[in-house]
Design a protein around this ligand. Structure first.
Ligand code: SF4
Ligand code: SF4
Length: 408
């Protein structure tokens, strides 16, 4: 029996099989199969821990198809924490010695090299930028290379890489309340502009912003893949980098949820809980403060796509809406099925492309039905996933970018 999953036995026992979570679970909504829902997954894990079931490829598939979106945890009246269960299970099934497949070359590249150093992320982003601007992309698309390699859908998810990246070097800017900005890997490269505008917004709300050097990837991708040790190493590096007491502002919902999780990830590290308590999503941070100047008018009809790791994992839904409502000219539209995942979920849209495509299409339908001309989200993965599937006349933006139109 595996120690990681065994240590979650109390968590497993909390499930009273009430079914309150089923309609919130994206994979259950798609399949209507018990084993593709939270209750079925918990039953599988409990049977394994109690010795009634082996870790079969079938069991692995049902647990790997979970998006770790935390919608079920938020819906659960008994306090089941599905992310902890999913991570424990994946940690168990990760080693090749468990009788399952070895990590692929792509997985070793992504988890072992790419997200090991921000320098590696910047090198990879530079290579992608060369591909996008040199004519290679045009050739690959028009010669059908992507279709032959089965990469057409995945390539469409790539963000346009900007001219310059944000490199945290401890540089302070602005004046007032001290805050530290976490930019991590993707938000410092592919979304560097969003991070620059996040810093600008913090200044516009009366803060002095610092980007601590030595900050690393948050570790969420590694944790969700069951690579707990690597996630802990990255968390420890971030504890060192973010010294002091200042709030830590994050503009990626996935990273923010992970940073708030450091106390659980490093239970014997006394600084981890204090670090986690300082973390604020940018919308949460700004909504609790007043801007130095009134907002300009922004004429947009806006639908908010709640990122799972903002709404479910961090329980933040009001903050982006209250910030947007304060901007003259912005009209908010409601989405049907607001808490249902868009199918991004880290690398889910790469590892489970059929399910991700079905969730993407469903989300895009809901957005188009809302009549909004703009959809905003607080997570880069959601932004790319929706942009790749949505009608091109609907703008897909980070919430920071609409706020920037009003305040910067
Ligand atoms: S809502 Fe909670 S207790 Fe009820 S079936 Fe789902 S996981 Fe189990
Ligand atoms: S975390 Fe999401 S996908 Fe996984 S069981 Fe819960 S609701 Fe379903």
């Amino acid at each position: 029996m595996n120690a990681a999953l065994e240590s979650e036995y109390d968590n497993l026992l909390r499930c009273i099989r009430c079914a309150a979570c089923l309609s919130s679970c994206p994979t259950y909504v798609l399949s209507h199969k018990e084993e593709e829902g939270p209750r079925g997954r918990i039953a599988i894990m409990r049977a394994i821990v109690e010795g009634h079931l082996q870790v079969t490829p079938d069991a692995v598939e049902h647990l790997q198809s979970c998006l770790l979106c935390e919608a079920c945890s938020r819906a659960c009246p008994s306090g089941v924490e599905m992310e902890r269960l999913g991570v424990a299970f994946r940690a168990q099934t990760l080693p090749a010695s468990a009788g399952h497949r070895s990590p692929s070359l792509l997985e070793r590249f992504v988890y072992g090299w790419l997200f090991g150093e921000l320098l590696h992320v910047r090198m990879t982003a530079t290579a992608v930028r060369f591909y996008q601007r040199s004519g290679l992309r045009w050739l690959a698309r028009h010669l059908g290379v992507l279709r032959v390699l089965g990469l057409r859908d995945k390539e469409a998810l790539l963000p346009e890489i900007p001219d310059r990246f944000v490199v945290p070097e401890g540089q302070p800017s602005g004046g007032g309340e001290a805050v530290q900005l976490f930019v991590g890997c993707v938000m410092s490269t592919a979304f560097a502009g969003v991070s620059e505008r996040t810093a600008g917004l913090a200044r516009a709300f009366g803060c002095e912003v610092t980007l601590p050097p030595g900050q690393m990837c948050c570790g969420a991708l590694q944790l969700h893949a069951g690579r707990i040790d690597r996630a802990r190493e990255l968390a420890a590096a971030n504890l060192e980098a973010f010294d002091g007491q200042a709030p830590i502002v994050v503009n990626s919902a996935g990273c923010g949820a992970m940073l708030k999780h450091y106390g659980q990830l490093l239970p014997i590290e006394p600084r981890a809980t204090a670090f986690a308590a300082r973390v604020r999503d940018v919308s949460e941070f700004l909504a609790a403060r007043q801007p130095l100047q009134s907002p300009r008018e922004v004429r947009r009809t806006v639908a908010v796509q709640d990122a799972c790791h903002l709404l479910h994992a961090q329980r933040i839904g009001d903050a982006p809406r209250s910030l947007l409502s304060a901007i003259p000219g912005v009209e908010l539209r409601l989405l049907d099925e607001p808490g249902l995942c868009c199918g991004s979920a880290g690398f889910y849209n790469v590892t489970h492309s059929n399910e991700a495509a079905a969730l993407q299409a469903r989300k895009c339908d809901r957005i188009e039905e809302s009549g909004a001309d703009t959809v905003v989200t607080g997570n880069p993965g959601c932004l790319l996933q929706i942009r790749a599937g949505l009608r091109s006349d609907i703008a897909v933006m980070h919430v920071v970018d609409v706020l920037a139109e009003a305040y910067l």
